[in-house]
Design a protein around this ligand. Structure first.
Ligand code: PLP
Length: 441
């Protein structure tokens, strides 16, 4: 590898996404290699990966079967147009993913990211209603603190203020309240007992706009990006019942929870709720090649399959939908999930992570700790007048001084190790996190 790839001498040209660019370029956090549970800096220092890259390397990093599948595919079929042409592996992949999904979520529309998956699901919902003569159903309901990517559809239904405020009004949307209440829920493992009644806010929103104008509701079954908010017990079932009552499609955004994060293939299974669509990305191929998709119930797909046989049914798609490299990587990742029983590993290790991370209670500035599946968040008290600064300090301290990569959400530290993690590695991750919290107190 040329030296310049390991150690660039000018960081200016790359405008980094969701990054404090000036701070990064003054003190870079550079990574040049990854294997299994570890990242390596250009100097060769190993960091344990506490967040599966960005919630995506569910099978761990640079796994040989996935690497080989991508390499092989590049030499056999590098690309084909996904519009009007197909390659066999994309169809078998759609079947495999549909088999993992609950109920009659039998159809898969492939895209290249979580953001594209969300915007695609919203478009399918609009097309479905339009085709049934209910084209006035144009509004979506999301939730405060929800994250649905960065497309204009996704930020309209999303509830993270910073991601919305400079980008205009977007799609017509309204928002359920966040399910989080620290007074009622602090230091809960798994689903909090308090909060199912917040689903009933949907009734108020439906009354305000009239059900006949609302296309659907999109929620993350577990809100991830905002800092791991497991749903209150019974909450998602109530949402399902209310959507049925008012003819709203229910979309679960499982970009984070899909592919085993909560110990089941999709969170829908864990919470025993069948939504009308599921968006996925990240874990589908362990984060190796950009890919996402939307799982769609049979009835929705069937109702869209109309018009003359030669006519396109849905005017939507991407040049790289079902890209052969992404498909090959996904087959290899699904093989690993199955052969190494990684979803079971996530389920088995949930109490190990929960016990370890809840042991951080009492450390300086710790206000709350939440955990579910292989995901956890630790809320730290903000520094007065500088929201987000303590979280930023934690990420820097973790990377530079404690050999661990963590994710921050504001002043929360988020942990979500790969599903290959061991009990010992969970211990190491949490122990290093404890040292980080103390070092920035
Ligand atoms: C629930 C959810 N939806 C959508 C997205 C957007 O995915 P992407 O960054 O691949 O566009 C994310 C990313 O973290 C997510 O967590």
């Amino acid at each position: 590898m040329p030296y310049s790839a390991l150690s660039p001498n000018d960081l200016n040209a790359f405008w980094m996404p969701f990054t404090a660019n000036r701070a990064f370029k003054a003190a870079p956090r550079m990574v040049s290699r990854a294997k299994d549970m570890h990242y390596y800096t250009p100097e060769g220092r190993a960091l344990i990966d506490g967040i599966s890259g960005l919630w995506c390397a569910n099978a761990g990093h640079s796994r040989e079967p996935i690497v080989e599948a991508i390499q092989k595919q590049a030499g056999v079929l590098d690309y084909l147009p996904p519009f009007q042409f197909g390659h066999p592996a994309a169809f078998t992949l759609a079947n495999r993913i549909a088999d993992l999904a609950p109920g009659d979520l039998d159809h898969v529309f492939f895209v290249n990211s979580g953001s594209e998956a969300v915007d695609t699901a919203l478009k399918i919902a609009l097309t479905y209603h339009h085709g049934r003569g209910e084209g006035q159903r144009l509004r979506f309901i999301g939730r405060e603190r929800g994250y649905h990517g960065v497309g204009f559809g996704g930020i309209s239904v999303g509830g993270m203020v910073a991601n919305r405020k400079t980008f205009g009004p977007g799609l017509p949307a309204d928002h359920l309240p966040s399910t989080y209440n620290r007074d009622q829920q602090a230091f809960t493992k798994g689903e909090p007992e308090w909060g199912a009644h917040l689903a009933d806010e949907l009734e108020r929103i439906v009354a305000l706009h009239d059900a006949s104008t609302i296309a659907g509701l999109i929620v993350e079954p577990m809100a991830g990006s905002t800092g791991v908010l497991p749903p209150p017990q019974g909450y998602l079932k109530r949402l399902r019942a209310l959507c049925d009552k008012h003819g709203l499609l229910l979309i679960f955004d499982e970009v984070i929870t899909g592919f085993g994060r909560l110990g089941t293939p999709f969170a829908a299974e864990r919470f025993d709720v069948v939504p009308d669509m599921i968006t996925f990305a990240k874990g589908v191929n362990s984060g190796t090649v950009p890919m996402g998709g939307v799982l769609v119930r049979k009835g929705i797909y069937d109702s869209c399959m109309k018009g003359p046989d030669h006519a396109v049914e849905l005017f939507h798609g991407y040049t790289y939908s079902a890209h052969p490299l992404a498909v090959a990587a996904a087959h290899a990742a699904l093989d690993l999930y199955r052969d190494e029983e990684l979803f079971d590993n996530a389920r088995d290790l949930e109490p190990v992570l929960a016990d370890a991370v809840h042991g951080l209670k009492g450390l300086p500035n710790v206000l709350d700790i939440r955990s579910i599946g292989l995901a956890a968040a630790i809320d730290l008290a903000p520094i007065a007048g500088a929201p987000g600064k303590r979280g930023f300090d934690a990420m820097n301290s973790a990377f530079h001084d404690h050999d661990i990569l963590v994710r921050i959400a504001g002043d929360s530290i988020v942990l979500a190790p790969s599903l290959i993690v061991t009990t010992e590695q969970i211990g190491e991750i949490v122990e290093k996190t404890a040292r980080v919290i103390k070092s920035i107190a």
